[in-house]
Design a protein around this ligand. Structure first.
Ligand code: TSX
Ligand code: MN
Length: 615
């Protein structure tokens, strides 16, 4: 056992407080033993097992209000809404402090930072030693996914942060029912978290996929501290999925209901700052609305998909809430999100108005206090932190689908990849088959925005939007994706979209938002064999007449650009994709390389290549 580290063994508080509730204790030996071990290491003053009840959250909230962790927002306009201000040096995920520790370095791959598991445990445990002195340790049993779904997986997060408890209660199925499922299954992901001293030099988010274990210290921020989300549902989840034959993906899930009442489900992966939450809650254009089209939200961030007996991929949203970026969210961009966060919401690092309403850039009105609690002064930068968040139950979303609770999940008709591509990439195209679709996903990328650290306006590849979240070697991950193409499967079709194409004047050519439904309609009609397309070397594109553009005033030049395939530009792109894939070396599946060469060949040799050969 690694956590002992020769620390004094007697538990400094009564054993009764360390145990799971009595009626469940018999089957929970592994959990109890782990909680004992962690308590010996971290030395909390008290241990609280979270049951997820109303009384529990009321007491915790009162305590956090009393000590300033939570600030009550205007109860008239925002009932039961709270503001949390994080440490200003702890406002986002940090990739260089995020490690994947597999025994063999190659298994983590060039896409992850790696450390030897034994060394990482020793280093981390030294930081955890005594870190909960004077604090309460919370034991949070949670279930990712509907509590009765065979696709769901459970975990237990131990934390010393009541803010984490309040967020986990919204984002997961937390408490007694999850503990009962853990008792039944006898297996769970172990997540140990402490805010520590918030020193960035002692901050680590470390994954041990083969031990189904996460250790996170030194950060109270969402993605680093709410271990069910990125750490469990994506990094550990993707590893479990590879082992068990399913997919854990960074995708929204949306249901599109046509006027005949048929619903088709689409799973879509986009890098950050592309509007995943907005697409998941899209409001149809007026003509579509009047005709009877409806949009149903299943999830806005994570999708777990598994082959059903019918060979289709069935998907659940492992989360129960939205942990969404606030800035930019407004009545124009996402009225459903605005309605969702009007009550029972935790806001993190937003600004506030004179009458104590939450405020961020993109909203009407004006801030008086910024995210750090200072009087607002534009000289200090934006009033809300660009990564300010809302945490809210998905059930409050007006478009929330009852099928989000379905144990078997929803069947996925189409998988959509996308990114911010100001040039070259058309509005939409369809991959010719699964292997081509996997290449499209592996090659996807996005132009960086000011929302993230680093240079702005450069193209970053982010395969399947999983770059920061794939818990194992990307080469093996592409092979896993390819492995679904086998006898008996009825796989979704794969598409690529680009809402962000710009004209020569630098303006966006496509109106986006609700009008994206026009593209989703074509995608669904392709899946049901109702819509036409034109074959090109890069895939199948709609012809102008295949897309319903009624009521849009797009000029002919804009349309031509949105649907053009610039063979010369694409030859360069395929060359860049080839070089990028080479970076994955030995583990890159040959099939993916062949697919890249097939598309490159279909585009014909580039002029440069021809000249090089001639020379
Ligand atoms: O979320 C976006 N989506 C998906 C919506 C369902 N955004 C916001 C991205 C930041 C998170 C978009 N921005 C989209 C989009 O489809 N498209 C654009 C680009 C754009 C921005 C502003 C306009 C148009 C396009 N404004 C006007 O046309 C007035
Ligand atoms: Mn995400």
């Amino acid at each position: 056992m690694r956590m002992g580290l020769g620390l004094p063994s007697p538990v400094p508080f009564s054993v009764a407080r360390v145990r799971a509730p009595k009626d469940m204790a018999s089957q929970l030996t592994a959990l109890n033993d782990w909680v004992d071990e962690v308590a010996r290491l971290t030395q909390p003053d008290a241990i609280h097992w979270c049951d997820g009840s109303e009384a529990e959250i009321r007491a915790l909230t009162a305590q956090m209000e009393a000590d300033g962790t939570l600030i009550r927002l205007n109860p008239e306009t925002h009932p039961n809404c709270w503001l949390h201000r994080s440490n200003p040096g702890d406002v986002a995920r940090v990739e260089k402090l995020t490690l994947v520790c597999t025994p063999n370095r190659e298994d983590a791959g060039p896409n992850n930072h790696w450390e030897d598991p034994a060394a990482a445990h020793a280093r981390l445990d030294a930081l955890f030693e005594g870190c909960m002195k004077g604090r309460t340790m919370y034991v949070i049993p949670y279930c990712m996914g509907p509590i009765d779904s065979p696709i769901s997986r459970c975990g237990v997060e131990i934390t010393d942060s009541p803010y984490v408890v309040a967020n986990m209660r919204i984002m997961t199925r937390m408490g007694t029912p999850a503990l009962a499922r853990i008792e039944r299954e006898g297996t769970f992901v172990k997540g140990l978290h402490s805010t520590g001293d918030l020193d960035p030099d002692r901050r680590w988010i470390v994954h041990f996929p083969e031990e189904l274990t996460i250790k996170s210290i030194g950060s109270g921020y969402g993605g680093n501290a709410l271990l069910g989300k990125k750490c469990h549902a994506l990094r550990i989840g993707s590893f479990q999925a590879k082992r068990e034959g399913w997919l854990a993906e960074h995708m929204l899930i949306v249901g599109i209901e046509n006027p005949q009442g048929e619903v088709h489900y689409i799973a879509a992966a986009f890098p950050s700052a592309c509007g995943k939450t907005n697409l998941a809650m899209l409001i149809p254009p007026e003509g579509y609305r009047k005709a009877g089209w409806k949009v149903w939200t299943i999830g806005d961030d994570i999708c777990w998909m598994t082959p059903g007996e019918d060979g289709r991929l069935w998907a659940i949203n492992p989360e129960a809430g939205f942990f969404g970026v606030a800035p930019g969210t407004s009545e124009h961009t996402n009225p459903n999100a605005m309605a969702t966060v009007s009550r029972d919401t935790i806001f993190t690092n937003v600004a506030v108005t004179a009458d104590n309403q939450p405020w961020w850039e993109g909203l009407p009105g004006e801030p008086v206090t910024d995210w750090q609690g200072r009087p607002y002064d534009p000289a200090n930068g934006p009033a809300a932190h660009p990564n300010a968040r809302f945490t809210v139950s998905a059930r409050q979303c007006p478009t929330w689908s009852e099928h989000a609770e379905a144990a078997r999940g929803v069947p996925i008709s189409a998988i959509v990849f996308g990114g911010r591509r100001p040039s070259l990439v058309p509005l939409v195209f369809e991959a010719r088959d699964w292997a081509h679709g996997v290449l499209v996903g592996a090659a996807m990328g996005s132009e960086t925005t000011a929302a993230a650290a680093g240079a702005v306006g450069v193209m970053r590849r982010d395969p399947m939007a999983m770059k920061p979240f794939c818990g194992y070697n990307y080469g093996d991950y592409f092979a896993h994706w390819l492995s679904f193409d086998r006898a008996g499967m009825q796989l979704p079709k794969i598409f690529h979209v680009n809402w962000f194409r710009k004209g020569a004047d630098g303006k966006f050519l496509w109106p986006g938002f609700g009008d994206n439904l026009r593209v989703l309609e074509w995608i669904i009609d392709r899946c049901t064999g109702k819509a036409g397309a034109e074959e090109t070397p890069i895939g199948l594109l709609p012809r102008m007449e295949d897309l319903d553009l009624a009521g849009l005033d797009l000029d002919a030049a804009a349309l031509a650009t949105l649907f053009e395939v610039d063979a010369d530009g694409w030859r360069g792109e395929l060359e860049a994709i080839g070089e990028y894939l080479d970076g994955y070396g030995e583990r890159l599946p040959q099939r993916l390389r062949e697919e890249q060469q097939r598309v490159a060949t279909a585009l014909g040799a580039s002029n440069e290549a021809a000249i090089a050969v001639a020379g």
